[in-house]
Ligand binder design. Structure first.
Ligand SMILES: [Zn+2]
Length: 360
């Protein structure tokens, strides 16, 4: 079958035929036809050879790329209970080490050994191929009402995890407003890529005041998306933020983007680090450390997501599709055929929010 294949840690990508036995379905497995894959920075990092932790499955020298996925079940094993032929599904990405308490409790996103594998990233073939077999336990059911936006579920699941972590951790004190809502809290999101916009959506729909930051003016699509969700969009090179910040989320990975904003953090506020990049250094002063200490500022990094976060994401997508009509569809700015994937994997299309590979 046709697949999009990489050879990490070497750079490069090719669309080619691979051998795959679609008949070897286990009792608790399903054969899935790929509908679509999303492309993200991780995929481009692997293709460019910069993402050094990417590796093929054990004993192989190439890796099928792709972790953002949407598929449809073609056939199920005899002991599959929750799915049937024709169901739409999203496969979760990380598979646990089978050793640590978190992995043995469905929280492989908090794996303690680091011996997990991730589809299309490290140690496990991904979803950029015509078909694949997966275990029932790793599948998320997609209601037919949201099939058109479900390609956003995988990136959203990571955002849901970070949001859930924040809300749980902020129970360290009273953080809600006097009326019991979060209307008085300001969320500032650095970056307006798909992750930045999904963070903006989750905070907007929970009635935080949301400001999206970038180093440039918004594109017309970004402006329309921000307007629909009621968020401000600020070009930080032209304008400064007028409010204090209760939760600051960095999706850029650039210390120079978030460190200058830390002095705007309110008491008992939080900084969530989500983006990663290479090469940049920035100094943290003792005065800043004192400020963070004196103000009980919470700082955490967040990666990956649990199956429960995917399931919560399904509910968010369902609500948002009707609350913000056409907003989620607008986030998909380009759809390409598998044969065209190398072009958009080597270079980001202009004005991209999310580029999707369609297999149908
Ligand atoms: Zn583990």
């Amino acid at each position: 079958m046709k697949a999009i294949v990489v050879n990490p840690p070497n750079k490069g990508v090719e669309v080619r035929e691979i051998e795959y036995d679609v008949k070897s379905i286990g009792e608790k497995q399903a054969l899935i036809k790929t509908i679509a894959n999303g492309i993200c920075g991780t995929d481009r990092g692997i293709v460019s050879g910069l993402l050094k932790f990417s590796r093929p499955p054990a004993g192989k020298n190439s890796l099928v790329l792709g972790h953002e996925n949407l598929g449809q079940i073609v056939e199920t094993g005899s002991k599959v209970l929750r799915f049937k032929k024709g169901d739409y599904v999203v496969s979760i990405v990380r598979r646990g080490c089978g050793k640590c308490s978190n992995c043995l409790s469905g929280r492989q996103d908090f794996c303690e050994t680091g011996e997990f594998v991730e589809a299309g990233i490290r140690g496990l073939d991904g979803f950029m191929r015509e078909m694949f077999i997966d275990d029932e336990e790793y599948l998320i059911k997609i209601p037919s009402e949201i099939v058109d936006v479900a390609i956003l579920l995988e990136p959203l699941s990571n955002v849901v995890k970070a949001y859930n972590e924040l809300m749980q951790t902020q129970r360290r004190m009273i953080w809600w407003c006097k009326d019991g809502s979060y209307d008085c809290r300001n969320a500032v999101i650095i970056g307006s890529g798909p992750i930045g916009l999904l963070f903006s959506l989750i905070f907007s729909s929970q009635n935080f005041n949301v400001t999206i930051l970038n180093k440039r003016d918004p594109s017309p699509i970004e402006l329309e998306i921000a307007r629909q969700m009621g968020a401000n969009f600020i070009n930080i090179k032209k304008e400064s933020i007028s409010t204090n910040i209760d939760v600051l989320i960095d999706t850029s990975g650039h210390p120079s983007a978030f460190i200058p904003l830390l002095n705007k953090l309110n008491k008992n506020s939080a900084l969530i680090l989500f983006g990663t990049t290479g090469g940049e250094a920035s100094e943290i002063t003792a005065e800043l450390v004192t400020f963070l200490v004196e103000n009980n500022v919470l700082l955490f990094g967040s990666v990956n997501a649990s199956k429960k976060d995917f399931e919560d994401g399904v509910n968010f997508l369902t609500v948002w599709k009707y609350r913000y009509p056409s907003l989620l569809n607008k986030m998909v700015t380009k759809v390409v055929k598998p044969e065209e994937a190398p072009d958009v994997l080597y270079a980001k299309p202009k004005g991209e929010i999310k580029t999707v590979i369609s297999w149908t």
